[in-house]
Structures are given as structure tokens and as C-alpha cells.
Design a protein around this ligand. Structure first.
Ligand SMILES: [Zn+2]
Length: 261
């Protein structure tokens, strides 16, 4: 349907609000690169849509869990959570609607397809349903500290440092514990906590974290109500022991020496 509606059409307008989705939605950048350009083809790679625009580059779209495109007349009423609108020269409007904002639309330019972390890596998506089944067995065969394993983008993509720290605290697992010294049950609990933390971060939207856009792979997820990150020296919210810090995988790693094992 999308191909039939959009392929061969020229984009005449890009409207929307720059908001935080799975990646930051940058409307001015999209407008600058897409307006008056023709959509030459629409491809699929895994769960991603690649929209080729003339020879100028590729727009990468991921619909996440709740995203979809709708085809509308420009004057048609907008659904809530319509984040992006492409006016086409056929006088229809293509709209990206995504209530949960797990999706994104990101301009990759000409070379981006080869280097984009979502496309080039082999790692699982942390929020995919299959990950809760497939990831735990992979964690417990690794010999590195579990935190490093969580941050290994080739294994699982998009878990930033903050979220690894939080998930380990919630799962009561010591960040330096080696993967193969963790039971499958605890690893499953950890993956569950990772998914919870990421989901909450996206849903809550607001943040006080300065480095949410850090290039290490936090992917612009927001964070709220952090229980371990940024609290070194303060009492653990579970057992009141002072949190300590270690550098693991090159990044600060607050943990509770008493209740994380
Ligand atoms: Zn504690």
C-alpha cells in the first residue's frame, strides 16, 4: 500500500514536531533533505523501512510496536500521536502515527545505510518479544562481566550505560559478575528488567539526564526515576548500603555492594 501510494511521488511538504522517539525525530533535517525530492522506491530490511529519495539518500523508518503510516487528505483530521506528515504531489498526506514512540524516522543520507548501527549490526532489538526468550541463554555463556555483555551492541542493540546500570540494580545482579556465573533464571529476570527500564524510559518521556544523547548507544531514550545511576555514595533504595562505583566497559557503574550479587 505504501509503495503504491508513495513510490514515484514527490514530497512537497514535511511537517511535524521534533520530539523524542526511539531516535530523536529531527523535522528540520527531514524537511531540508526531503522537500522537492522524489521517492524512488520503498524497501524493507528486517523490521525497517527504507525510503529511497532520488539519489540523495535514504530515510530509515522503524514502526516500533505501535507505529503505522496512514494515507490521508491533507485537511483530514489528525489522529492523536501523529508525529510526522509528508505532503505528496498527488495531494495526499502520508502520516506517521505512533502512540508509544518506539518507532523512529531518521535521515541517513547517502552513506548511512552501510554504517547505521540498527542496520549493520547483528544484535537483537531489546524490546522485541523474541528477545526475552533468546537473550538470556546468550548472556550466560559469556565470560565477561555481565554489564559489558549487556552493552555489547553485536549481541543486543540499544541498551545504554544508564539502562544497564538500572536494570542490574533492579535484578540485584552485581555488574562485574561474569555471564557464565549467572543462572538462566536470573538472566531472564535481568532481561525482563532491561525491557522494563527501556519501556518506562520511553513512556515517561521527560528527563534530567544530561547524557541521554550520548553516542555510546543510549539512542536517545529518556530516563526518569533512576534508582542507581548518579547515586554513588548515596544509600541503596532497597537496603540503605552506600552505593559504590566501578568502571566497567569503560563507563561509570554504580552498584550496591550488599544486595547486588
Ligand atoms: Zn542494596
Amino acid at each position: 500500500v505504501l509503495t503504491r501510494t508513495a513510490a514515484g511521488r514527490t514530497i512537497v511538504r514535511v511537517d511535524g514536531e521534533s520530539i523524542q522517539m526511539r531516535r530523536h525525530l529531527d523535522v528540520p533535517v527531514l524537511r531540508q533533505n526531503l522537500v522537492n525530492r522524489r521517492i524512488s522506491s520503498i524497501r524493507r530490511r528486517g523490521k525497517y523501512l527504507l525510503i529511497d529519495v532520488d539519489s540523495s539518500g535514504v530515510l530509515l523508518v522503524h514502526l516500533g510496536m505501535s507505529g503505522r503510516f496512514t494515507v490521508n487528505r491533507p485537511d483530514a483530521e489528525r489522529l492523536p500521536h501523529t508525529h510526522l506528515r509528508f505532503g505528496l504531489d498527488s495531494s495526499v498526506e502520508l502520516r506517521l502515527v505512533d502512540p508509544r514512540r518506539f518507532g523512529f524516522a531518521d535521515w541517513l543520507g547517502v552513506d548511512g545505510e552501510a554504517t547505521d548501527p540498527s542496520l549493520s549490526r547483528l544484535g537483537m532489538e531489546p524490546l522485541d518479544d523474541s528477545t526475552s526468550q533468546n537473550l538470556p541463554p546468550k548472556l550466560i555463556v559469556r565470560r565477561s562481566p555481565i554489564k559489558s555483555v549487556l552493552l555489547d551492541q553485536r549481541l543486543v542493540a540499544g541498551i545504554g550505560n544508564i539502562y544497564a546500570v538500572e536494570a542490574l540494580w533492579r535484578a540485584r545482579i552485581h555488574p562485574a559478575r561474569r555471564g557464565h556465573r549467572i543462572s538462566l533464571q536470573r538472566a531472564s529476570r535481568l532481561v525482563h528488567e532491561v525491557q522494563q527500564v527501556l519501556t518506562e524510559a520511553i513512556e515517561q518521556g521527560g528527563t534530567t539526564i544530561r547524557d541521554f544523547a550520548a553516542p555510546e548507544g543510549d539512542f536517545g531514550y529518556f530516563a526518569v526515576s533512576l534508582q542507581a545511576y548518579g547515586r554513588v555514595g548515596e544509600p541503596c533504595m532497597r537496603c540503605h548500603t552506600a552505593l559504590r562505583d566501578r568502571r566497567i566497559a569503560g563507563r561509570t557503574t554504580p552498584y550496591c555492594p550488599s544486595c547486588q550479587r
